[in-house]
Design a protein around this ligand. Structure first.
Ligand code: PMP
Length: 407
């Protein structure tokens, strides 16, 4: 048989779960968005060039020279014990009191998502997720053949009444909900934040229907005004499994994230991590440990906040001045993303190639729903391009939208 044909010659051999593994719209866009003439408002890449790169380079070099026999060795599947203590200190900033023994270090929050789904979800189980929701989580849920049921959000985050209604309907239908997946703070992709009163309500509703909560919080420390909010996990340590990450606060390339889970869940996660990767990369873990121990990381995060706030402002100002009437957008108070809604009748997916032709990239809203919704929406990221490029990108985008309206 010709194994190099354009259609996949292995198609009859894959496990059923491989059918849910399809490329995300974001990945497909990255190739074109990377061209230098294109202003990419598509990718959610943190601006790592703002880090003291020389200093980090020296730090890692010293780490290997001083302690290479440990740094370059296998390590425990749960993660470095000192790093887990430091992670607990970081989580305290959002009101979480945790025992380092309940933390598992993972290959980014993404692996934590994978492990949690692996230990809880059988094919056909229901997982609730915001509408819209993080594309990487939807990919994981699809890979484990979960059925995603979306619950709408608004400017105040997930809507409690809609959650209750959905849970009631699923209960009537005899469906078992494995967990509610939520990004409560500076949501990806919508840029909205769950208000404090709603945090309590959502947890009450989940308690009433006995549903676990998977709180994914990579952006919580990147707020532009005031103190960080209390995480959902700060309200409830038994119902909430919390996912954190250093991708946005230090560097995404180190791939260090974590899960904080009730004790017995933590034990399962460690076993699942062991069979997935044996142990996390020790060099990365120890680099983060050293960075937290020796570098002014709190000040660095403050600098990131100032930088991202400036970019957020550049995007909101440009949208305000340039976007045609009928478009609306969210006004994030932290994180990386603005969620834009175009007038009725426009289709952001169909429009994307025209935007690329005009040298601007965004992610069409459909990538953030598992049910085909989202055609009137797009995600715009302000994290990576510098402010003048953001303005230029929005100017080009506004031209494309205006043209579409006129057609
Ligand atoms: N969750 C959310 C909401 C994200 O936006 C991201 C990264 N874009 C992740 C999880 C994964 O992050 P990482 O694996 O780099 O920690």
């Amino acid at each position: 048989m010709e194994l190099h044909s354009r259609t996949d010659a292995y198609i009859g051999r894959y496990a059923a779960r491989a059918a849910g593994m399809v490329p995300s719209e974001i990945r497909a866009l990255f190739a074109v968005a990377d061209r230098p003439e294109v202003v990419s408002l598509a990718g959610g890449m943190p601006y790592v060039s703002a880090l003291p790169l020389d200093r980090i380079g020296e730090m890692i070099g010293e780490l290997v020279a001083r302690n290479g026999a440990q740094v370059l060795q296998y390590a425990s599947a749960q993660g470095d014990p000192v790093l887990r203590e430091q992670i607990c200190e970081v989580m305290e900033l959002e009101g979480i009191r945790a025992n380092p023994d309940d933390v598992v270090v993972t290959v980014g929050a993404q692996q934590a998502l994978d492990l949690v789904t692996k230990i809880f979800v059988d094919p056909g189980d229901v997982v609730l997720a915001e509408a819209p929701s993080y594309v990487g989580a939807l990919g994981t849920f699809a890979a484990y053949q979960a059925e995603v049921v979306h619950v709408p959000l608004d400017d105040g985050g997930l809507i409690p009444a809609a959650l209750r209604e959905t849970l009631e309907r699923l209960r009537r239908d005899g469906r078992r909900v494995k967990f509610l997946y939520t990004v409560p703070t500076f949501q990806n992709p919508a840029g909205v934040t769950l208000t404090a009163p709603r945090r309590a309500q959502i947890l009450e509703i989940c308690a009433e229907y006995d549903v676990l909560v998977l709180e994914d919080n990579p952006y919580g420390l990147l707020g532009f005004d005031g103190e960080p909010m209390r995480a959902l996990r700060a309200y409830d340590s038994e119902r909430v499994i919390y996912l954190g990450s250093f991708s946005k606060t230090i560097a995404s390339g180190l791939r260090v994230g974590w899960a904080l889970a009730p004790h017995s869940v933590r034990a399962k996660l460690v076993l699942a991590a062991e069979s997935a990767v044996l142990c996390h990369a020790n060099l990365s873990q120890l680099a983060v440990r050293e960075y937290l121990a020796t570098q002014p990381w709190r000040e660095q995060i403050k600098d990131f906040r100032v930088m991202y706030r400036e970019r957020r402002d550049a995007m909101l100002d440009a949208l305000e001045t340039l976007m045609p009437k009928g478009c609306t957008w969210t006004r994030p108070s932290g994180g990386f993303f603005v969620w834009l809604t175009v007038p009725e009748g426009l289709d952001t997916k169909a429009m994307a190639p025209r935007a690329i032709a005009e040298r601007v990239a965004y992610v069409p809203g459909t990538g953030f729903y598992s049910n085909g919704d989202g055609r009137r929406h797009m995600r715009l990221s302000y994290c990576y391009p510098e402010p003048h490029r953001i303005r230029e990108g929005v100017r080009r985008l506004a031209g494309v939208v205006e043209e579409e309206i006129r057609l």
